[in-house]
Design a protein around this ligand. Structure first.
Ligand code: FE2
Length: 196
């Protein structure tokens, strides 16, 4: 069965950029609901799987209800780890060089990432991904869709569902995205994924 992981920091650790109230709702209610719903479908249909990644991939075309919940479970497990207190700031050297070479500059990456999240119509995610040829790019996906189903490696993702920002930023999604990049991103985690 799938388990809801603990947050890797305290509920108030990301304040003021992401409040305790947002993390309580987002982790304890929204993420937990995805886990409960996915487990119910897995249990009722006696579905076997090797990993959460294979569950996401295999359910994409065959079982939309399971896919939505399993993909959102994976997305949120990663999302919690993509943030840290006092995030943003310095990017480990090799990753910084790669961002500069594939986007032209960090500022260009940041603008592209924020634009992707801001223009994702309705609920979804924006991503920094690595394609199979090793090139980095910025993408956006609707609802629970993620880079796994597009055969890309997710290096960084930001949840742009309203439940992720509405308490703290109301309708100002671009402001939330800017705060995410400037103050929340755990670049050591992104570098770890880039190097692995
Ligand atoms: Fe979310």
């Amino acid at each position: 069965m799938l388990d809801l992981p603990e947050l890797p920091y305290s509920y108030d650790a990301l304040s003021p950029f992401m409040s305790k109230e947002t993390l309580e709702f987002h982790h304890d209610k929204h993420h937990n609901t995805y886990v409960v719903n996915a487990n119910k479908i897995i249990d009722e249909n006696n579905i076997k799987y090797d990993s959460i990644e294979s569950l996401v991939k295999d359910s994409y075309n065959s079982n939309p209800g399971l896919f939505n919940n399993a993909a959102q479970h994976w997305n949120h497990i990663e999302f919690w780890q993509w943030m840290k207190p006092n995030g943003g700031g310095n990017i480990p050297g090799e990753l910084e060089n790669k961002i500069n070479s594939d986007f032209g500059s960090f500022e260009k990456f940041k603008a592209d990432f924020i634009a992707a999240g801001a223009t994702q119509f309705g609920s979804g995610w924006c991503w920094l991904v690595m394609d199979s040829n090793g090139k980095l790019s910025v993408t956006k996906t609707p609802n629970g869709e993620n880079p796994i189903i597009h055969n890309q490696k997710a290096l960084l993702g930001c949840d742009v569902w309203e439940h992720s920002y509405y308490i703290d930023y109301r309708n100002a999604r671009p402001k939330y995205l800017e705060a995410f990049v400037d103050n929340l991103v755990n670049w050591e985690r992104v570098a770890e994924l880039f190097g692995s």
